[in-house]
Design a protein around this ligand. Structure first.
Ligand code: ATP
Length: 334
């Protein structure tokens, strides 16, 4: 019997559950149950123990939304491979770096590293991702797709789709968030999630891909320099969100979406779903291309994950490739 099994049982039970019942249910001794309960308390769970009544998980939401641990995440994971093999770090430099190190040692596809805080979280093009402790999600997934390297950038979009599907199923966020192409999730025009995909490859073969995700979950305030563009699920929905469960749901959707991606190694089977969430769709955008900025109307993505933009100055259709480019709204961030 593992402690996460007891955790599951406590979660399901509204009232107290007796030690005897737990012993019988799992076919273990009272001491084994007691030890598991002690371990859960050590992990941060608040469990009330009453003589003659048994055990009860106190204030499930508050406790579980604040606590993120190996056990709490493991107890929610329901996938076959995505996030099945995972490592939890209370603090780390960057989860992408951790996954790269594991990949070099031969870790399998689907290995996930989750951290409670990052000291050197990164965004695209070497920019920082602010990663304070105790509130948010920082995680990176290792993939070993058997496709050509030029196909890998679409994995950023597959992850963005999986994150938004997991958030969209939360009561407070149904139909509230969108994807800002290619990889940011936004609510009310502000960013709650960024994704950074990195790859190790030769010209014609991928060694591995790392897709890192930062989500502002229960954060309540932001530094001056990102205040205008950043927000969190807590600030937008008014309730704290269970991080462990959210991670598991993202893995759940990722596994489903990845199976579709793998059929053709592009976005063709996911275009409609992705475009449904795209906030830029049919909107005026400014394309910040280092070779020259221009305005246009975004029409959606194609099967390669490129953004189809009708350029305003000549009505020409341009396919925007994510690599070096950012997209903004004409009047603001989105
Ligand atoms: P854009 O397309 O908007 O330029 P990007 O996808 O290129 O964004 P990312 O790599 O996702 O950018 O994220 C890095 C940027 O996000 C940083 O430069 C900073 O402005 C902003 N940022 C950093 N930390 C956070 C955070 N916790 N929440 C929201 N935004 C953040």
């Amino acid at each position: 019997m593992k402690k996460e099994e007891i955790l599951k049982k406590l979660r399901e039970t509204e009232d107290y559950i007796s030690g005897q019942e737990l012993c019988e249910y799992y076919g273990v001794s009272r001491t084994a149950v007691w030890k598991a309960i002690k371990q859960l308390e050590k992990d941060g769970y608040c469990i009330e123990a009453l003589t003659n009544r048994g055990y009860k998980l106190i204030d499930k939401n508050v406790t579980e939304n604040d606590v993120m641990s190996q056990v709490s995440i493991e107890s929610y994971i329901d996938t076959k491979w995505a996030g099945k093999n995972f490592v939890f770090n209370k603090e780390t430099g960057s989860t992408n770096q951790d996954v790269k190190a594991l990949a070099e040692k031969g870790a399998p596809s689907g290995t996930l590293v989750v951290a409670d805080s990052q000291l050197a979280g990164r965004g695209r093009r070497g920019r920082d991702w602010i990663s304070p402790p105790g509130k948010d999600i920082y995680m990176s997934l290792l993939l070993r797709p058997s496709c050509m390297p030029d196909r890998a950038s679409a994995l950023t979009l597959v992850m963005a789709l999986s994150v938004i599907e997991a958030i969209d199923e939360l009561e407070d966020f149904k139909d509230k968030c969108g994807i800002k192409w290619p990889n940011d999730i936004v609510i009310n025009g502000r960013k709650i999630c960024g994704i950074l995909t990195e790859m190790s490859a030769e010209i014609d073969a991928i060694h591995y891909v790392v897709t890192g995700v930062g989500i502002n979950v229960n954060q309540t305030q932001f530094d001056q320099d990102i205040k205008g563009t950043a927000t969190s699920l807590f600030l937008e929905g008014g309730n704290s969100v269970n991080r462990s469960k959210l991670i598991a749901r993202i893995m759940h959707y990722f596994e489903i979406n990845y199976a579709v991606f793998e059929q053709s190694f592009d976005m063709s089977g996911l275009i409609d779903k992705y475009n449904h969430f795209l906030v830029n769709r049919d909107k005026q955008v400014r394309v910040l291309d280092p070779k020259g900025e221009y305005d246009g109307v975004a029409k959606g993505i194609n099967e390669d994950g490129e953004l189809i933009v009708i350029r305003s100055e000549d009505e020409k259709q341009i396919l925007v490739y994510a690599g070096e480019v950012s997209v903004r709204g004409i009047y603001g961030y989105v």
